[in-house]
Design a protein. Structure first.
Length: 195
């Protein structure tokens, strides 16, 4: 996801930290399905080690958009994954969940100074198409502009994504907290960072 910082400051690459959940050796593969933004990599990870991998800043989405910015991480055993969407003056960290731990029903929780957009990233994880309904809550004076249309409080709109496709939804100003996301199949929805 976009990591807005002051103008004219170089953006930094993101970081992913991976370890074995059970302490046994595992083989890990990291790729960007259909996106081609990062090269596929497979490596062995010792049970007591933590692997750090750098992900190109070019995978970040900007504005309200749909793309292929998902980073897929697979292994032959259970993993613990922590990621950082870091930048100069900013570092947004989060834990990454397995597909069997995600759902289809989310509320956004975010924070930003009133001068910056707040955003939510969505990844469609199921094969086929995933339709996501987004509701702008009442009592929230910010709007979302999507595909040339403005959606104000109480409005709903939908986004349809293919497997591993990503969407970034931003407000034009103010806080996106309280936005409701309902996927008609499984999806991952993360405030601040998407992996």
């Amino acid at each position: 996801m976009e990591n807005k910082i002051e103008d004219n400051i170089p953006h930094l690459d993101m970081e992913i930290f991976i370890s074995s959940k059970t302490g046994t050796d595992i083989t890990v593969t990291i790729d960007n399905p259909f996106g081609g933004i990062i090269a596929s990599e497979t490596f062995a990870l010792g049970g007591s080690n933590v692997a750090k991998r750098t992900i190109s800043k070019d995978i970040r989405m900007v504005e309200n958009s749909v793309g292929y910015s998902a980073v897929r991480i697979r292994a032959n055993g259970d993993m613990i994954i922590y990621a950082l969407n870091r930048n100069t003056f900013s570092s947004d960290g989060f834990a990454v969940f397995n597909n069997n731990q995600i759902g289809s029903d989310y509320y956004a929780a975010a924070y930003s100074p009133e001068t910056l957009n707040t955003e939510v990233g969505i990844i469609a994880t199921e094969s086929g198409l995933t339709t996501i309904r987004i509701r702008v809550p009442h009592g929230n004076d910010n709007a979302i502009i999507w595909d040339g249309n403005t959606y104000n409080q109480g409005s709903d709109f939908t986004i349809t994504l293919a497997q591993y496709q990503t969407a970034q939804v931003q407000t034009r100003s103010g806080d996106i907290t309280g936005k409701y996301f309902l996927g008609l199949s499984m999806l991952t929805c993360c405030g601040e960072v998407v992996v």
